[in-house]
Design a protein around this ligand. Structure first.
Ligand code: ADP
Ligand code: MG
Length: 221
């Protein structure tokens, strides 16, 4: 079993005029095989926290540890490549590529051994994107299908942590449920899954702790 620990994480933005203390000492523990939710109002610091966990922003104060090893020890770029993948609300796919090519790019980065085309098809099949759709430009897919592609891409590197920032924010309710089921399946396979959301309804899908982001800290629900 693997463990991700966030320890007394603090983060401040400065716009030159004044400092905005967004994270004021966040503590949380996440274990493999579970899907967690972080709920909070808009502007409460959810994206800031998840960007730090995904090593997209530099830790200013406090620590992030995987299996007892600090992100500083592992190295931020190594952490970003080998430990964590992020799924965004806006999917962030490359629009002029097919679904398969979007997944292949991620396989390239991960230095996967197996034939990348075959592996990309497999990953897409797994999230319900058949070969016909896999060979379509992603801009010709529906929002729900695009998010499935993004999830397949997040699985490409076979990293232990998947974080998602409002992953169903652009989707209808029925599609939302299906996408959340996919995240739950990733957790069942042994990943640490963290879904950030402003929606209590989405948070109900979590099968582990639901954290509430308030006043710059995380409170267990
Ligand atoms: N790069 C930035 N520079 C300055 N302020 C920022 C920056 N990113 C976010 N903020 C501010 O930090 C606060 C938290 O933002 P964010 O983490 O995006 O919250 P959430 O995802 O919960 O909506 C907001 O007040 C936001 O305006
Ligand atoms: Mg946000």
């Amino acid at each position: 079993m693997s463990k991700l620990e966030v320890k007394n994480l603090k983060h401040t933005y400065s716009d030159g005029q004044r400092d905005v203390h967004v994270l004021k000492g966040v503590n949380a523990t996440f274990e493999s095989g579970k899907m967690y939710a972080i709920v909070g109002e808009s502007g409460s610091g959810k994206t800031t926290l998840i960007s730090l966990i995904a090593a997209l922003d530099k830790v200013q104060d406090g620590d992030i540890k995987f299996d007892g090893k600090s992100i500083h020890e592992i190295g931020e770029s190594q952490f970003r490549l080998k430990y964590v993948n992020i799924v965004f609300q806006a999917f962030n796919l490359i629009k002029y590529m097919t679904a398969r090519e979007n997944v292949e790019v991620a396989l390239d980065f991960s230095g996967h051994g197996k034939d990348e085309k075959t592996r990309a098809y497999e990953l897409l099949e797994h999230v319900g994107i058949n070969r016909d759709k896999a060979d379509r430009l992603v801009q010709k897919l529906s929002g729900g299908e695009q998010q499935r592609v993004a999830i397949a891409r997040s699985m490409a590197g076979d990293v232990p942590i998947i974080v998602a920032d409002e992953p169903t924010g652009n989707l209808d309710e029925k599609t939302e449920g299906k996408i959340l089921t996919l995240f739950k399946e990733l957790a069942d396979k042994g990943k640490i899954v963290i879904v950030v959301t402003h929606s209590q309804k989405v948070a109900k899908h979590a099968n582990a702790t639901v954290y509430h982001m308030k006043n710059g800290t995380l409170i267990k629900r």
